[in-house]
Design a binder for this molecule. Structure first.
Ligand SMILES: [Zn+2]
Ligand SMILES: [Zn+2]
Length: 282
C-alpha cells in the first residue's frame, strides 16, 4: 500500500482502549490510549485524531524535529471519554508559546461551549496543576459541519455520528483519491450500522475498533464497543481494501492479540491489529 509520494501517512501512537497499560506482555501492540496521526507530507500539515496518552509520544517526536514543526496542526476528537483526551495535558507542543493548534469540536449536541468546557475541566484545579490557558499554545477552537473540504490541501473530511454512550463520531478522510475511514468506540446494536458502512464505502484503509471477542460482548450491551467479528463485517460490507483493528481491550495481551490477528486474517486476509508505531502510507 506504500507509494513513493504518499498522499497521506497514517501512524498509530495509541492503540489501547479505556486505560493505558504497561507491562512486558503489552510491548508489541502497545499500551497507550487512542491517538492516530495523519500527515500530509507534501504540505507539512498534521491532523491528529484523538488525544489519548499516545499523543505524548507524538508531541515528543514533533519537538525533536525542531524547525520542521507542522505549519498547520489540527486535533479532531471522536468523542471526549478519558482515553481520548487524557494525553492533551502532556502534549509538549501545547506548551509552545503562540503555536497555533486547531481543536476540532463536534458531536454531543454540538453545544460548542460545553465541548470546550470538557477540555478545560480536565485541566481544572482539582485535576491538574496547569490550566489550559496557561499552557502557551494558541488553541483555535473550530467546529465543522458534517463535511468540510480544505482548499489549501485538497483534503476533505466527512463526520458521522454513531452509537456510543454520549455519542461519538466516525471520520472519512479523503485526499487525491485515497480514503481512510476511522470508526472507534462504536456499538453496532443490534445490527451493523449501515450509516458507517456507507461512510466506509470502498475505503483504501478502514480503521475500526475491536475491543471484544463475540463471547466477551455478552453482558456488555450499552458499553459502546464492537467485536472483531463486527469490524470484519463492516470491512466486508463496505468493500474496504484494508482493515486495521484498534482500541484493544486492556485485558488483551500480546499473546492474545497475536492469536486473534491470525484468526481474523482467515476471514479478512488484508487485516491487521494496530501496533503502536505502525505506519501506513496511502
Ligand atoms: Zn475509548
Ligand atoms: Zn468511549
Amino acid at each position: 500500500m506504500s507509494s513513493s509520494n504518499p498522499s497521506m501517512v497514517v501512524k498509530f501512537y495509541g492503540t489501547r482502549g479505556s486505560i493505558p497499560v504497561c507491562s512486558m506482555d503489552f510491548l508489541e501492540f502497545g499500551g497507550n490510549t487512542s491517538c492516530i496521526a495523519i500527515n500530509l507530507p507534501d504540505k507539512n500539515v498534521l491532523n491528529i485524531i484523538d488525544a489519548g496518552s499516545g499523543i505524548r509520544t507524538l508531541g515528543q517526536e514533533l519537538m525533536q524535529s525542531g524547525s520542521k514543526l507542522p505549519e498547520e496542526m489540527t486535533i479532531g476528537f471522536t468523542h471526549f471519554h478519558w482515553d481520548h483526551i487524557q494525553g492533551l495535558p502532556f502534549f509538549p507542543p501545547a506548551y509552545m508559546k503562540n503555536l497555533k493548534i486547531n481543536l476540532l469540536m463536534m458531536g454531543r449536541d454540538s453545544d460548542f461551549d460545553k465541548l470546550k468546557k470538557i477540555l478545560f475541566d480536565q485541566m481544572g484545579g482539582d485535576f491538574f496543576p496547569i490550566s489550559m490557558d496557561e499552557m502557551g499554545a494558541n488553541f483555535n477552537f473550530v467546529s465543522m459541519k458534517h463535511k468540510v473540504t480544505q482548499n489549501s490541501t485538497g483534503m476533505s473530511v466527512t463526520a458521522r455520528l454513531h452509537s456510543h454512550p454520549g455519542g461519538a463520531l466516525s471520520y472519512r478522510i479523503e485526499r487525491n483519491g485515497k480514503v481512510v475511514v476511522i470508526s472507534t468506540d462504536i456499538e453496532h446494536n443490534p445490527t451493523i450500522d449501515q450509516k458507517i458502512v456507507d461512510l466506509a464505502r470502498n475505503a483504501d484503509l478502514l480503521i475500526h475498533e475491536a475491543q471484544y471477542t463475540t463471547e466477551e460482548m455478552v453482558g456488555k450491551e450499552g458499553w459502546g464497543h464492537s467485536s472483531y467479528q463486527q469490524a470484519i463485517q463492516v470491512a466486508q460490507m463496505s468493500n474496504a481494501k484494508k482493515l486495521i483493528m484498534t482500541h484493544h481491550d486492556p485485558n488483551h495481551n500480546d499473546n492474545f492479540l497475536t492469536k486473534m490477528e491470525t484468526k481474523c486474517q482467515k476471514e479478512f486476509p488484508n487485516c491487521l491489529l494496530a501496533r503502536e508505531g505502525m505506519v501506513i502510507e496511502l
